[in-house]
Every structure is written in C-alpha cells, then in structure tokens.
Design a binder for this molecule. Structure first.
Ligand code: SAM
Length: 223
C-alpha cells in the first residue's frame, strides 16, 4: 500500500476549468461552491442602488446570485474572453433586468477601459492572482479615476498572509507560478498598500470558506 503523504491539490483557476455549458450559459464548478457565500457578503456591503462594475466576471453566475438578493443593483459585467461574455449575457435574464449587456474590458488594454462610465462599486473576484500584477495596478487606477464619492471596491480570492498563509494557498501559489511566472497568490499587505496609494482604504476583511478573503475598500473623501 502506498503510505506516502497525499499531495496537496490546488484549486484550478476558473479560466482553466472545464465549464459545463447549457444554451450559452457556462457553469463554473468553483462558482457553484462559493457563489452563495460571496453573494451574501456583496448584498450586505454594496451601497443601495449602486451601479456596479464587475471586472473578470467569468461565467456571470456571481452577478446573478448578487442581483437576485439585491434587485436594486445595476450590474455591469465584463470580461476579455468572448465565451465568458456570451455566458454572462445568457445568464442575465435570471436577474430581472438588473444585469447589463457585458462589456469587453481587459485591464491590460487601456483602450478597452477608456469609455467606462463612473460607478459606485467595483467588484473583482478570483482575478488578480490569475493575471500579472499589472492587472491589480490597473484595477486600482481604474477605481481611483472612476469610483464615485462613497464608492466601494470589493475583492475576493486567496491571499498570502505571511506565516499565517494557509498551506492550500501556498500550494495554489506554486501551481499558478508553474503555469505562468507572472501569476501568483498576492500578498494581502501588497494589495492593501496598492489600493491605499490610490485613495482606497480597507474598511472590512471577511474570512470566507476555503481560506479565501473578501476585502472591502472605501474611497477616501477629500478633506
Ligand atoms: C478565474 S476566472 C474568475 C471568474 C469569476 N470572477 C469567478 O470568480 O468565477 C478569472 C477571470 O479573469 C479574467 N481576466 C483575466 N485577465 C484579465 C484582464 N487582464 N482584465 C480583465 N479580466 C481578466 C478571465 O477572462 C477570467 O474570466
């Protein structure tokens, strides 16, 4: 019998998952696991009647789950990936008109960000670790330039927490870097510092299942 210790299994990024399809709707296995917990936090922290820009919306399932709890939201999904945008459009009907037609936004292509309107909240889940650090920088800059007064940025994903980093997140980090050296689980301190440099203060940190965090930032108002 093989008595060697089990090799830790890193969660696969959604972009690389096998996403089942039904009439254009893609189903993400990871979204099925974390959608309800994420939507519950989003529903609590997003301002009433907020216009929400979501970056890297993937299948679009998180938008539906949030808008089903908070039908007052106006949700703008986006993604650089055409199949994901098709899925977001196909899912949108489940949210009673709250979800707008998806936009092609790639944070590494400035021209796709040029015409984005102002918004009350920017939501980005499971993106900044499966992308170069320049994506986090572009996200912070976009929020600084377009977030309306009192606006929020909400990030979801795994983070490095120094000595307290969960072993599963260390394994995930190694797995990401083996796929692309520019990817990797981001240090919480680095993300908080980056957003602080763009006038966004961390106001809430929520521990989520499977060693993920939800981070809520608020735009600093001029004195
Ligand atoms: C792991 S998936 C997460 C999807 C969804 N947010 C979720 O949590 O289920 C990462 C998403 O980020 C998007 N993405 C990757 N690079 C990006 C970039 N430069 N700008 C905007 N989105 C990007 C991918 O197309 C993909 O949909």
């Amino acid at each position: 019998m093989d008595r060697s210790p089990p090799i830790p299994k890193a969660p696969a990024p959604v972009a690389l998952e096998n996403r089942a399809s039904d009439h254009g709707r893609l189903y993400s296995p990871s979204a099925a696991r974390n959608r309800d917990a994420i939507a519950t936090v989003l529903a609590r922290v997003l301002p009433t009647g907020a216009s929400v820009l979501e970056i890297g919306s993937g299948t679009g399932e998180h938008a539906v789950a949030a808008c089903q709890i908070r039908p007052d939201l106006i949700w703008q999904p986006s993604d650089p990936d055409a199949a994901s945008r098709d899925s977001q459009a196909a899912w949108a009907g489940e949210a009673g008109g709250a979800i707008r037609p998806p936009l092609e936004i790639d944070l590494l292509r400035q021209e796709t960000c040029a015409t984005i309107d102002g918004f009350d909240a920017l939501v980005c889940m499971n993106v900044i670790h499966i992308a170069p650090w320049a994506v986090a920088e572009a996200l912070a800059a976009l929020a600084q330039s377009r977030l309306r007064p009192g606006g929020r940025v909400v990030l979801y994903g795994p983070y490095l927490l120094g000595d307290e980093t969960a072993p599963s997140n260390l394994a995930f980090d190694a797995s990401l870097k083996s796929r692309n050296p520019a990817w990797g689980v981001r240090a919480l301190d680095a993300v908080v510092s980056l957003l602080a440099a763009h006038d966004l203060a961390l106001v809430e940190r929520v521990d989520m299942p499977a060693n993920n965090l939800m981070l809520v930032f608020k735009r600093r108002e001029p004195e």
